[in-house]
Design a protein around this ligand. Sequence first.
Ligand code: BTN
Length: 324
Amino acid sequence: MRENVLHILKNNSGKWISGEEICKLLSVSRTAVWKHVNLLREQDYEIEAQPRLGYRLSQIPDRLYPGEIRHGLATKMMGQNVFYVEKTVSTNLDAKEFAERKAPEGSVVVAEEQGQGRGRLGRSWFSPYGKNLLFSVILYPRVNPMETPQFTLITAVAVSDGIKKACGLSVPIKWPNDLLIDEKKVCGILVELNAEINKVNHLIIGCGINVNIDKQDFPEEVKDTAVSLKEKLGVTVGRVELLREILYELEKKYFLWQKDGFAPILKDYKKNCLNLGRFARITSGAECWEGVVEDVCNDGALLLRLPGGELKRFIAGEVQLRSR
Ligand code: BTN
């Protein structure tokens, strides 16, 4: 009911609508409308009320509320079911629990803040309350677990395209899944899965995007290597709209992958990949190699041409790029 009241107020945005009209549209009493208006106010929606005019929505809060995300979301399944967990330990951990309880495919867990956001290679992911995008998507792809690294690359392309659409900014990808602005990290992706030998039970795509965090709020250890969209653009970016664009792109790519496989997405990935043709140092486990990045393969692996001419294949690793 609260969402219905909000929907009506939004459709009248900027204009007054009488309590009576809302009552009629929803077939409820005036007291019920008043109660739901107050509940919306508790969620920081600014709703004016005037005796002879009725109600008017004057401000929508910058929160990742499910109703806000779904409003105008042009997807079939991605983001049509949203779990809002405001403050949590990790959206990836929450998503795993929801997936175990068979949440619908495309369900998304969003948070304003995480206590222990999980990053790649056992690192953590920091984000202050209400500033950035922290979300995890639940999928049940029919895929061999060996092929799941593709999902990291698919997501990187989707996030890059989503940012381009929402903010007009081109954000290249550093293999496998870092999105960079001026060679500083703006987004990290962590794909986790629950699988058997030849079957994936569920796959969780976790994304952390630095949207509106100010430079001085980054932790000391990442201050020089991280950047936010706001810092680059000089304006605050609407998180909900950005998330909608990313979910739309992710669904488009997921459906394309189901229909035509990974090849068309890999083509887009390569167009946007910073590494190709560059001299790089790759650390994998305790070892480290240097060479020129030659290609990204069909399974998402990276090929490095070593100084002796040998071609070395990596399915995971940390890349440091050197100047061209
Ligand atoms: C990386 O190390 O580059 C990946 C970072 C991924 C962080 C995101 S934030 C939302 C989601 N939940 C998590 O616990 N981690 C991912």
